[in-house]
Design a protein around this ligand. Sequence first.
Ligand code: NI
Length: 246
Amino acid sequence: MQLALSTWQEVEDYLRTSDGLIIPIGSVEQHGPNGLIGTDHLDAEFVAAGVGDAIGAAVAPTLAYGMSQHHLAFKGSATLRPSTLMLVVRDVVESFALHGFRRFFFINGHGGNVASVTAAFDELYAARSLKERDAPVRCRMIFWSAGARCKALGDELYPGVNGAHATAAEVSLAQYYQQAHIKHAQMTPKVAPPSSPFFEAADYRARYADGRIASDPSLSSPEHGKRLYEAAVLDMVEAYRAFLAY
Ligand code: NI
């Protein structure tokens, strides 16, 4: 059940049966020579919608922008500051908590979001521990690709070269979702430089000239994307159900 395509009465009915809400979250940032700027939020949205369709869970509109300061030296990238992202997460969760949602399951597409979103969860809990709020909430964030099926498939399809950014897996999933927007590009070297610490945007660009980290997204295909999608939906259904049962 997609919240954006529902009426308030339908949401009221849903809340009689469940207090769980899935929130896709991603980023607006470069994804190398053949990856779409929207890869992270498109992937998260696609998998979240699949979970919602499979088990009738409510899925909120996607939080498309994320914490992407390190990508700003590439055209088309945009960031929320960590402090801004924390406030966005807080306000969205508090709004839905007013209506009776209690379990917030974030399906994430972007590693740069983790620190800020996790800190936002702690702010939500702190407000309750400090008695500023009374409605208890529980939040969890998980990568769409973090389940056992999806990990195994990634290892099978791209042994040793799935990488850390602009990965073949995330590009494949976006290709399956947006088949009219598949891009082709020459990439040199074939596998991008390995992961290392990085700092601000200029530093990132100096280390990773075409935007990729440790990946070979020339291996991506919509056929792989279909398999990854099916694996990810099964993984996330399982993870969401486990979260509701905590
Ligand atoms: Ni990504």
